[in-house]
Design a protein around this ligand. Sequence first.
Ligand SMILES: Cc1cc2nc3c(=O)[nH]c(=O)nc-3n(C[C@H](O)[C@H](O)[C@H](O)COP(=O)(O)O)c2cc1C
Length: 328
Amino acid sequence: MSITCPDQRNLHEILALASRAPSVHNTQPWRWRLHGDELRLYADTSRSVPAADPHQRQMVLSLGAALDHLCAAASAYGWGVDVARLPNPNRPDHLATVEFTGRLPILDGHRRRAVAIRERFTDRLPLLPPPAITVSDVTRVTAAQNDTNITALPVSSAPSLAKASQLSASLRRYDINYHDELVWWTRRPVVEHDGIPAAALLTASESERVAVGRDFPVIGGGQPRRPDVESDEATVVVLATRGGTREDLLRCGESLSTLLIEATIAGLSSCTLSHVLESPESTTLISALLEDASVPQIMVRLGVPSHADEKPARSPRRDVDEILSVDR
Ligand SMILES: Cc1cc2nc3c(=O)[nH]c(=O)nc-3n(C[C@H](O)[C@H](O)[C@H](O)COP(=O)(O)O)c2cc1C
């Protein structure tokens, strides 16, 4: 291995940090393969969620988030990288190749981003309204470079958002496969290090205070959390693309990652939302809220958590040994 590439210990640290990326139902559908100085990112299609995500759109968004987390993690450990997206037209599961290009100085910004990656979590509880500027300049510029449109919806969109959320829940009411899949990914054995832990879900009374959220299986609970926030006042941000190619989705996932990390740095809580964009009927309601003809791919609630909060435990991640293979 040459000096342009991190050693094994360093690579494990980088991948452990990159693994904090969000993914649909915490499926972590990624595999990394080290080939010389190149790190290749593959989709692990055995971890797809066919009922919620039949076309693997959310899987590719998740892989984009992992790719952006990897680049941020590499810079936090002082490594430069070049990224080639979808480098092999015959292998659509080969999403990207990341080439290490040697040592670079580590800036305070890189360190802050790494801290934010460790701190970020999906916050499904009701949130207080965020400050007026919800989407940072860094996020806007990065998203534009990735051809992702970012729209922070005005408060007046709240009724349409709630309607779209209810519609998507109604359309799933009799969908046995969808509900089986939700139960599978929310009741995972601890040893699997994946799925959404009960502590990250809401009780029935907590979810009543959030108008736009996926109906996960509810948990039992003692004291309601965040009782001072009577109803959710988060701003909903929509990430949209011009088309729906794999590259569009991968880049949109990268933009999602930047948005979430920058929001965490700004002290905001975030909750990624995709349920509303799983049926054409509810997607149409969201498209109507956008000013152009771009295709909504993913949404995020952004807001301020209550000060009284205790930080919940982070959701699990698989060990690096499970997601990394090395070509000899
Ligand atoms: C493509 C994608 C779709 C997601 N959809 C939802 C969703 O509809 N509702 C939700 O509460 N969380 C959603 N999430 C958040 C994941 O459940 C979360 O990232 C995962 O459980 C890991 O937890 P963490 O973000 O707290 O680390 C989504 C994340 C991604 C990347």
